[in-house]
Design a protein around this ligand. Structure first.
Ligand code: GLA
Length: 337
């Protein structure tokens, strides 16, 4: 617990340094008047997922030439709106964003419009004041329901491989329903489990207060103590950190790795876990394409700014690969991650 906290703090520190150096280097290059400046704003820069998007945004900028990416961490609404002011003051022409809160959509768009900045959303879709998706803002994201369904199918397969008796088994689903991406993934996963034959009454949902390991750990702990009768747990969650929090909670309550199956989503955020010398209950992760998210969104925004080519309203990114302890290095290598 202590070490994971320390690791968490360390990664935040590393990211702040990253963000600062990112901004700093932008200032250094700002002299070239022909350079097109584009922002890339992410809600959780401590997640390797978002660091990977940033890395591939830079790669796109390099390939396109004459583009500079201004990377800014936007963990809350105030920082997001300030970031847009800063981008405009720096002469940026637009930005890609994974918002810290979908409900900020209208405020973000109003501010962007006031400066004439173009906006491409990535990962999480904006919601309007009525709570409906803002389908007029270009969005690039992984197919949420499908990747969730795949998580459910893989959990079920692994359970069968281990010959678990369903009677001793339950599903711990750590939910974050206010984030539509998350809701669609976990619902997809639960639906797939039910479809495979898992009894619906043994699927226990526990909402997390924050989308990180500590939040998920708390949510999981409070559910685990309510079900001392369960011998084996399947863990459902919207991404790697959520599932990792669930797995850590089972460990804390004395469950052995052979009685827990967790399969995450993101892949990038599972590398430390899958590298551990001994297997844990976290058996794998579905890796979509953060490289494609970072690269394509940047390329789309650039073409919009430079050539007036408006991006499609929706670009789904599919075909995740299941990483496990054996294949993860090779699979990440294949994608250049
Ligand atoms: C959401 C999650 C991230 C990541 C992205 C991928 O934003 O919070 O961890 O899974 O989706 O689209």
């Amino acid at each position: 617990m202590k070490t994971s906290k320390r690791r968490f703090l360390k990664s935040i520190l590393a990211v702040s340094v990253l963000a600062v150096t990112g901004l700093y280097s932008n200032v250094t290059y700002a002299k070239d008047a022909d350079t097109i400046k584009l922002g890339f704003l992410v809600k959780q820069p401590e997640e390797p997922w978002f660091q990977t998007e940033w890395r591939f945004a830079d790669k796109a900028a390099q390939d396109l030439g004459g583009v500079e990416i201004i990377k800014i961490a936007v963990p809350d609404g105030e920082k997001t709106l300030n970031a847009i002011d800063n981008l405009a003051a720096n002469g940026a022409k637009g930005f890609v964003i994974c918002t810290p809160d979908p409900k900020l959509g209208p405020a973000i768009m109003a501010k962007a419009r006031s400066y004439g900045l173009k906006v491409v959303t990535v990962d999480d879709q904006f919601l309007n004041a009525a709570g409906e998706p803002m389908t007029n803002v270009p969005l690039i994201m992984m197919a949420a329901t499908e990747i969730g369904e795949r998580q459910g199918q893989e959990l079920y397969k692994e359970m069968q491989k281990r010959n678990w008796d369903v009677k001793d088994t339950a599903v711990l689903a750590i939910t974050a329903d206010e984030l539509d991406t998350a809701r669609r993934r976990t619902e997809g996963s639960i639906d797939a489990l039910i479809k495979s034959g898992f009894p619906v009454e043994k699927i226990y949902k526990s909402p997390t207060k924050s989308n990180d390991i500590p939040g998920a750990l708390d949510a999981a702990n409070s559910m685990l103590v309510q079900h001392p009768e369960v011998k084996n747990w399947l863990i459902v969650g919207m991404n790697d950190n959520t599932v990792l929090g669930g797995v850590r909670a089972t460990e804390g309550q004395g469950f052995k790795a052979e009685n827990v199956i967790g399969i995450g989503i993101n892949g990038t955020d599972a590398v430390n876990e899958l590298s551990k010398p001994n297997p844990t209950g976290f058996v794998g992760s579905l890796l979509p394409s953060p490289d494609v998210h970072g690269y394509r969104s940047t390329e789309m925004l650039y073409k919009w700014v430079k050539e007036g080519i408006e991006p499609p309203k929706f670009t789904p990114v599919g075909d995740p690969v299941l990483l496990n302890r054996e294949n993860f290095r090779a699979e990440l290598d294949k994608k250049g991650l």
